[in-house]
Design a protein around this ligand. Sequence first.
Ligand code: ZN
Length: 261
Amino acid sequence: MLLNSILTILQDIAPLDLAESWDNVGLLVGRRDSDVSCAMTCLTLTDVTLQEAIEAKANLIVTHHPIPFKPISKITDDTTSGSLLLKAARADIAIYSPHTAWDNCARGINQQLAEELGLTNIKPLQQAVSPKYKDECVGTGRYGSMVATAIGDVLEKLGTALPIEQARHTHTLSKTVSKIGIVCGSGGSMLGLVASRGCDAMLTGEATYHQCLEAEAQGIVLIMIGHHASEAFAMKRLAGMLQESIPSIRVFASANEHSLF
Ligand SMILES: [Zn+2]
C-alpha cells in the first residue's frame, strides 16, 4: 500500500492540526509514493526499536516521539538522532510521528486515560482552537469527575489497564480525589491549567521536583505513573486501530521497547 494512503488513515485517527504549535508531527522521513507492506508503532525511535523494525522488514515506523524534533542543520553519526535517521533512511524505513495530535484527538491518549479512570463529563483542559472542532472533545489534556476515590484506588484501577512499573504521588495514598486533570507524558508544566479547571488531582507521566512542590502548595494531588507507562500502551492500541483499518499490510507494536523507569 502506498505510504501516502496510510498517512491519510493515520491523519483521520489523529488530525495533525490538533498538534501543539511547538511540535514537529507528520511524515519526518520518507517518500510518500513508497510501498508499505509492514508498519511498526513504538513510543520512541531508538537503536532497539529501529533494529526491531529492520529485522521485521517494516517500511514504516510510527513513533510517538518525533525524531527529528527540533530543526537540525546536520544529519551525521556524530549524534544519536543523526545515526538513527541515517540508519532508517538506509533501510528505506519511513518515520511518522503523530505525537501531540495523538495526545489531543478524540480517541487519543488523554481521552483513553480519562476513560480508563472511568471519569464522567470528560472535557479537554484546553479545547482545540479551530472552529472545525468546536463540537468535539478534542484539545490539550482532559479533565473529568469521579466519586471521591483514594489515590491508592485510583492507581489500582489504572494498574489493571496499564503496565505501571513505578507510580509516584504527592500526598498520602489514602487522600481522596474527585476531579482529575490528565496530561500524558511530561505534564508537570500544565499544573496551572489543571488548577484553573478546579481539579483536585492531576495524572501525568512525570513532573519535576519543583512542580511536585508547587502541586502540594496548591493542594493538588500529583500522580505520576511514568512517562513510558502513560503513553506506550496507546501505541499498542494505535497498532490495533491501524491493523483494523488496513488489513492488507502487517501492523505491529514494538515488543522490544522497554521503560527506563
Ligand atoms: Zn511522551
